[in-house]
Structure formats: C-alpha cells, structure tokens
Design a protein around this ligand. Structure first.
Ligand code: PLP
Length: 430
C-alpha cells in the first residue's frame, strides 16, 4: 500500500471532491472558501463551465499531439489569441508545462542568445524548484537547502522591498535607491556586464512576500540593461493574466518614458484555469537565437491544456476579470487594513505590520511585539481561518505573510465573507 510522501503533506485536513467558483466542497459536503486558487492558478474559478466544455470537447477529439511531429489547432489558436495580450514586440512564444520549466527555458535562451554566463536575480525572488530554477530563487533557504551544488553564475541583487529594511524605517523610495546603487556596484565588482546575460525579476515578489516593485526600479533595470546589452526577463508566472488588476503585473510599472520592459517574459498558472501549461515569450529575432533542439519537451503545449487556455482567455475578456481583480482587490485591502488596525489596537503593537499587494494578490505581514517577523502567528491565524472555512496560503522570507489570492471571479459578497472569517481568525489569535 503506497502512502503519500511527507512532501505532499497537506496544510489542512480538507479532501476536496468538487469545486465551483471560489468554493471547494469536501467529502462531507462542507463548503470552503478558497482564497488560494491552487496557488493562483484557477483564476476563472473552479470548473468554469466554458473552460470545462472546451476541455471536454478537446478530450473527445485529440488529447496529445506532439508539436515536433504534428501541429494541432488548439496550439495555433492559443498562439494567435496570446498575440492580442502579449506586450508589444514579444511576438514569438514557446510552451512548456510549469513555471519552473519556463524559468529554465528563459535561462537557456538568455545564455544562448548573449553567450554570457551570469544571471542577476533579485532578493526574495521565486522562480521554481528544478535545480536551475531553485538556483535562481532566493525567497527562502528551504527551496535550496540540501541539494547543492546549485547552478553557478547566479548573482543576487536587492529588490526594493521596504519590509526587509523595516527596522531602518525605509520607504519604497529609499529601498529603490539602495537596490539600484547595489546593482551598479554588483555590475562593477561581481558580475561584469560582459558576463551578464540577464536580469531575472518578478513584478511583484510572490513567494517572497507579495511585495510590489515600482516604476523607478524597473526603469532603472531597463536603462542598465540597454546600456550593457543585458536582457530583462520578467517572471509573470504568478502575476500574469489579470492577477494584479492589470493584464500583466509589470504593466503597473511601465511609463510613457520607459514603455518597454521585458525582453523575455515567463507565464504559467492563470493561463489555463488549472491545466498544466506555461511558456516564454520573446521577439522572434531573440527566440531564433535558441540553439536548435535545446528547447522542447514531450508534454509541452498539450492539446487539452491549449484548448483550456483559449477558453480561459475568453472568460478573462468576456467577464471583465482584469477589472474585477482591480476592484475586488481594493475592497479586500480596505477590509484587511481595517482588521489590521483593530488587531494592532487590541495588541498595542503593530502585529499586522502591513497589508499590501496589487489586484487580487494581497499579503498580510505579521510581526511580533518586538517588531521581528512572526511566522508562528501567521500560521496560527491561517489555521484558525481554515477551521472557519477560509483557505489561505503563507509566503514571505520567514513565512510571516498570509496571502489572499482568490479566483478573479470572486464577488463582492464573497470578499465580505472572507473578511468576516479573517476578522474572527485574527481576533482568536492576536
Ligand atoms: N515563478 C513564480 C513567480 C512562481 O510563483 C512560481 C510558482 O509558484 C514559479 C515560477 C514556479 O512555477 P511551478 O511551481 O509551476 O514550477
């Protein structure tokens, strides 16, 4: 009798039998409000009828047709539909199955296209769990510990994350000054630009604690990249497809002065409502520099996943989900901030030090009474919420952030319900 590996240990005892919208139902028929969305994947809600119909129809006609042998219509349609939403100039796409594979594909392309070995990553970034992706990940030692040696050629620069410098009282401006200054020093002292293939960065740190970047930081990256012939890889795996209230997370940080950001963009998660598909986008010229045969994979661009992705893009457009993400995100942050004020007043300390995020990517950062990151309280409140029927996830460098990442179809009353359950859970602990 096989048993689950300890790595598959679940955070809650819920065994889901059915999902609908933002709700999961367990074996006893109990409803759970799912503000995890399978780690930001099921953006159209669980089992959206349009996505289900598209996947069912595809299963009945062609499940798998490997693109090196035979092309299939869902792949062609998906490529065509993506061109409506991809940033200008990124007109060539390559598909794989997971965010980690997209990170590997971006890394391979950047190294092959530039002939340079180094990748500069940013403190608190998460790019996946394969060895190369983990080597480029700095959001927590648990993602890297115990399987060294990791890939060489990775250099870590600061991300403008004021919460990492909370004891200095820095705001985003000061954290940005520091990050750009350190980046210049790093290019001077550790990673010669002539050896630097790419900057790899998330628009909003995900696993690293739901910390948005900012316009000046990204303009600074772009300027340095252009000056030195370095590529910019933007990891939109968690932030893409409306999650942040704009179609791409980095849309928040481009300006009229600096409208172009990624040379290579990674995407996954929200693209296909739960079917495994990911990819990278770049200009056709850049993509053409990947060495023949170096990018690929048996299951990439699976026909059912492509059909589900096409249907997902249709739902995102038809139901105005990007706009809903922005509006419901405002509602969620306002409610969470009110609950934080009440908790902090009760505790006479900033136990919820910050509520932050963009769109429906929202984090609550817990600190102890002395101001230190407080993963124990974050976990205790998360578990209290789960007992009340609200499913949430943890993130942050110390595990000190509870994150809210519901499906983008979430309604006003469902956000209100989550706020009520969260308020009760916080009051039970803080
Ligand atoms: N990049 C980011 C920003 C992510 O959030 C994740 C997963 O959470 C990944 C990459 C890796 O994706 P996957 O778990 O599908 O390999």
């Amino acid at each position: 009798m096989a048993t689950l590996s300890p790595q598959l240990k679940q955070a809650t005892p819920v065994v889901a039998t059915r999902g609908e919208g933002v709700w999961l139902y367990d074996e006893a028929g109990q409803a759970h409000l799912d503000f995890t969305a399978g780690i930001g994947v099921t953006s159209t809600g669980h089992c959206h009828p349009h996505v289900v119909a598209a996947a069912q129809a595809q299963v009945g006609s062609l499940i798998h047709g490997q693109y090196t042998t035979i092309m299939h219509q869902p792949l062609l349609t998906l490529t065509e539909r993506l061109s409506d939403v991809l940033p200008a100039g990124l007109d060539s796409v390559f598909f794989s199955n997971s965010g980690s594979e997209a990170a590997e594909a971006a890394l391979r392309l950047a190294r092959q296209a530039t002939g340079r070995p180094n990748i500069v990553v940013f403190q608190g970034g998460f790019h996946g769990r394969t060895v190369a992706a983990a080597s480029m990940t700095t959001s927590g030692t648990k993602f890297r510990a115990g399987f060294s040696p990791l890939m060489s050629g990775v250099v870590v620069a600061p991300f403008p994350n004021p919460s990492h410098y909370r004891e200095y009282g820095w705001d985003a401006e000061q954290a940005t000054d520091f990050a750009l200054k350190e980046l210049d020093l790093l290019l001077q002292t550790q990673s010669n630009p002539a050896d630097t293939a790419a900057f790899l960065v998330e628009p909003v740190l995900g696993e690293g604690g739901y910390v948005p970047g900012n316009e000046r930081f990204f303009a600074g990256l772009r300027e340095r990249a252009d000056r030195h012939g370095i590529l910019v890889i933007i990891d939109e795996v968690q932030t893409g497809f409306g999650r942040t209230g704009k179609f791409w997370g980095h849309d928040h940080f481009v300006s009229a002065d600096s409208p172009r950001l990624p040379d290579i963009m990674m995407f996954a998660k929200g693209i296909a409502s739960g079917f495994p598909i990911s990819g990278i986008a770049a200009s056709a010229e850049l993509m053409g520099k990947a060495w023949p045969g170096s990018q690929g994979g048996t299951y990439g661009a699976n026909a059912v996943a492509c059909a589900a992705a096409v249907a997902t893009l249709e739902v995102i457009a038809d139901e105005g989900l990007v706009q809903n993400s922005a509006v419901r995100g405002e509602q969620l942050r306002a409610g969470l901030r009110q609950i934080a004020v009440e908790a902090n007043t009760r505790a006479k300390a900033a136990r919820i030090a910050e509520v932050r995020g963009l769109g429906l990517m929202v984090g609550n950062e817990f600190r102890d009474a002395d101001g230190a990151p407080d993963p124990a309280t974050a976990t205790a409140v998360q578990q209290e919420a789960a007992r009340r029927g609200l499913l949430l996830l943890i993130c942050g460098s110390w595990g000190e952030v509870v994150r809210f990442i519901p499906a983008l179809v979430v309604s006003e009353s469902e956000v209100d319900r989550a706020l009520t359950l969260w308020s009760e859970a916080v009051a039970a602990v803080v």
